[in-house]
Design a binder for this molecule. Structure first.
Ligand code: NOJ
Length: 796
């Protein structure tokens, strides 16, 4: 406690003073708490009955993965009519499956700021998993949160704000589980960079451990655990622990985070699943709170060697681990299974999964029974994908060129406009930026990608639309040709032979930024000289519209070019990419996406960087990779605010529309008088934590009006100032704590309501080890982007 007090006192200025010795070790929290089945009582009883039938060997097999038709597999037990569990990636599609849909990525869904869209996306993806016989979806993603803009997997999650990510994860979990599929919220926790996420071997043979993400207690709670708490509250069946070390110990054997924070503090009733190969010990991981080892390996002789399986059986028989711990693991795994009714006529694993993954026999004489190949795509899903990607497109510049007014001569430029030349399932881990040079990016790579059964490219959709209008579509897709041959060859000047003849009314330039699991982004600038392509075209075409596909944030150095009349950020839009874009370009959909992160003016001013260096790559010190999160709570907009936002090109929450909106009449009502500073200590711990943390303390309402002449959706955002209300130093001034998305006809006004929960108005008190309301009055502002209040008030 004295240590924590000293720590609290050491905050100076904005960011906390950093004492590395405090964060390179993690206290042991033992034993692992038992589930009591809160909220899942009926299923818990069924799980207990099931457990009672199992032999020890079956129990350890149930908690240890095995080979089989899916990305992860738990064996069936024929005698008990249990057909096993099929775990499949990932967060935007049932990744490897054939005849399945590829949805917009997490970052698109986050950019929508739309709860209904988030829920439906989860529901529809869940339906496809169920149709293919997969009980467990390996998604959604609450970590990485997006601490560093270079993070290779940020796009799988929903945005660099814990509140936005929390709501998005909760809605997605509800959607997935309402479809009857278990959600796995991942990666817990601190997996904010891909570089050295796994151990490596030095030239001299030394094992170099994974990067250690070192986070102080307050930052851990207020940024990184925060969205996981929402997911747990929403009933996430599983939480996947991450590859990295965390304050010195591996994510999947960090008992403080698994037993202490997740199971005790957040009251998590489901099971902790390891990331693939993230288990580096047997007994220690089991004691630390890991409940399922993936991909596992159930026998000593299984082709995938495992710390668990038969080793876990031995650990029980020789008395190292009590059988009751294994029992709890089984109960945690089986309760959500019964709760979601997965014991009742769940579809068989689609045969195509086996063809793709290869089936192996389990040790228990049980073969996964495979079903026919089914097409899980539906008209409803397809329509949703098209609309969701269009709605979540972020328009950051528009001088009036959009929406297009049936141009008769369109020129398309850039390597992101056409077909992906390496095929429809090429967007996998290991594909470097170079190999994905030619073709549109509709998903990122790695386990979070999807196998496209088709992909409507921007060029294809533009051609189809132009045909309706009798318009000409000319194009040059090779960035090299555009930038080397230069303007004269592209667009006519007086005495040249030109490629684009006659000159176009509108020049659509497609640029991109690849991102994939396994790598962090090498640059925040558009790749393949995207900036050069835009500048070349804009030099000759005074109506240049830029469309960017891929990871954000992306630097837009050409944003102030007078000939760049509009900029659209489509991120990774999924299979309907071109159609969604055409809907936005021509105004069938009025874009309402808002940035779920900040875009800085240049790469130089962005922070924090990925930990990496030649010295680290060549190190022989097993413990060399350390990533101290010295910035504390100051990531993304909180960081830029420390320099008065001078480095910001486009702020968090920003997004234009084809109409305009106004906000007025902010009114606040207190729902609880004289709320105590700390939550009611006698309130039960429910999934999500102390129940009282989720008590609404205030509601704030405001009226939002469409002041333009076309229909559109506004995204009002509420920010609170806990710092000025007396939260300790180290508290960012304004933090997002409410948002809504409202459809409005021209001239229409609607009232939006923000419910402010105790947790959302509190800071994590490191001494009390509890969420505490600041003692003063909390100011609030509501606007359409970070840092620009339209209406202000206070919670009084
Ligand atoms: C590793 C990734 O980190 C994780 O997200 C994924 O679910 C597993 N591999 C399984 O593919």
């Amino acid at each position: 406690m004295a240590l924590l007090a000293a720590l609290a006192a050491s905050f100076v200025g904005g960011v906390a003073a950093w004492d590395p010795s405090l964060y390179t070790s993690s206290p042991a929290v033992l034993p692992s708490p038992n589930t009591t089945g809160i909220g899942w009582e009926e299923a818990f009883a069924k799980a207990k009955d099931f457990l009672a039938e199992l032999t020890l060997e079956e129990k350890t097999a149930l908690v240890t993965g095995t080979t089989g038709p899916c990305a992860g597999n738990i064996i069936g037990i024929e005698r008990l009519n249990f057909t096993g569990l099929c775990l499949q990636d990932g967060p935007l599609a049932i990744r490897q499956a054939t005849y399945a849909s590829v949805f917009p990525a997490g970052v698109n869904a986050g950019a929508s700021f739309d709860r209904e869209l988030l829920y439906k996306r989860g529901l529809y993806i869940g339906e496809e998993f169920k149709g293919k016989g997969s009980e467990i979806m390996l998604g959604p993603v609450a970590g990485p949160l997006g601490r560093t803009p270079w993070g290779g997997r940020n796009w799988e999650g929903f945005g660099a704000d814990p509140y936005l990510s929390g709501i998005a994860n909760a809605e997605t979990v509800r959607g997935i589980q309402d479809a009857g599929v278990q959600a796995t919220t991942k990666h817990y926790i601190g997996n904010e960079q891909e570089t050295q996420r796994n151990p490596s071997t030095a030239d001299d043979g030394t094992t170099i451990e994974s990067v250690s993400t070192n986070i102080d207690d307050r930052t851990m709670h207020e940024l990184y655990v925060f969205p996981f708490a929402d997911a747990v509250r929403a009933g996430s069946a599983s939480i996947m622990c991450s590859y990295n070390r965390l304050n010195g110990s591996y994510g999947c054997q960090n008992s403080k985070m698994l037993n202490g924070v997740l199971k005790e503090e957040l009251g998590f009733q489901g099971y902790v699943m390891s990331d693939w190969g993230a288990v580096h010990s047997g007994v220690a991981t089991i004691e630390s709170g890991l409940d399922m080892n993936m991909p596992g390996g159930i026998g000593f002789t299984n082709s995938t060697p495992s710390f668990w399986g038969a080793n876990a059986t031995a650990a029980v028989t020789n008395g190292t681990i009590p059988e009751s711990r294994i029992d709890d693991m089984v109960l945690r795994i089986m309760t959500p299974y019964f709760h979601l009714g997965q014991d009742k006529s769940f579809p068989l694993v689609d045969k195509s999964s086996a063809d793709i993954n290869g089936v192996a026999k389990s040790n228990f004489g049980y073969d996964f029974e495979l079903g026919p190949i089914v097409d899980v795509r539906t008209e409803e899903h397809t329509q949703f994908i098209r609309e969701a990607a269009a709605n979540s497109t972020v328009l950051v510049k528009n001088t009036g060129s959009l929406p297009l007014k049936k141009p008769k001569n369109i020129a398309v430029f850039g390597n992101d406009a056409g077909d992906f030349v390496a095929g429809l399932y090429s967007l996998t881990a290991g594909f470097s930026a170079d190999t994905v040079e030619q073709g549109t990016l509709a998903s990122g790579g790695g386990s979070g990608t999807g196998r496209f059964s088709y992909l409507v490219t921007p060029l294809e959709a533009i051609k189809a639309k132009a045909k309706e209008d009798g318009a000409l579509v000319q194009f040059i897709l090779d960035n090299e040709v555009i930038t080397t041959d230069g303007i004269d060859t592209i667009i006519p000047t007086e005495d040249t032979m030109d490629t684009i003849v006659p000159p176009a009314d509108v020049c659509l330039v497609f640029i991109k930024s690849w991102a994939t699991e396994g790598y962090d982004r090498a640059t925040l600038e558009p790749q393949h000289n995207g900036t050069g392509v835009v500048n070349t075209v804009a030099a000759a075409c005074n109506n240049t519209i830029v469309i960017h596909n891929g990871a954000g944030p992306v630097i837009l150095p050409f944003a102030s070019h007078p000939n760049v009349t509009a900029i659209l950020l489509s991120h990774f839009p999924g299979q309907e990419s071109g159609n969604s874009l055409v809907d936005v370009l021509y105004g069938a959909v009025n874009p309402s996406g808002h940035l779920p992160y900040t875009i800085p003016k240049s790469e130089d001013v962005a922070s924090p960087r990925i930990v990496n260096s030649t010295a680290l790559v060549e190190t022989t010190d097993p413990n060399a990779w350390q990533d101290p999160f010295t910035e504390g709570l100051f990531i993304d907009y909180r960081y830029y605010a420390l320099q008065n936002n001078s480095a910001v090109a486009y702020p968090f929450g920003f997004g234009l529309s084809y109409t305009s909106f106004a906000l007025a009449d902010l009114a606040v009502s207190a729902l609880v008088s004289n709320a105590s500073a700390l939550p009611d200590a006698s309130a039960p711990i429910v999934p999500g934590g102390n129940k009282d943390l989720w008590t609404p303390l205030y509601t704030a309402t405001a009226s939002v009006t469409n002041t333009g002449d076309v229909a559109g959706a506004a995204v009002p955002q509420l920010y609170v100032n806990l710092a000025a209300a007396g939260a300790p130093a180290g508290t960012p001034a304004w933090q997002l704590r409410g948002f809504d998305r409202v459809d409005l006809a021209p001239g229409e006004t609607k009232t939006v309501e923000f419910e402010l929960l105790r947790r959302d108005l509190s800071f994590w008190d490191v001494e009390a080890q509890q969420w505490r309301l600041p003692s003063g009055t909390i100011d609030v502002q509501v606007g359409f982007q970070y840092g620009k209040a339209e209406v202000t008030g206070s919670l009084a």
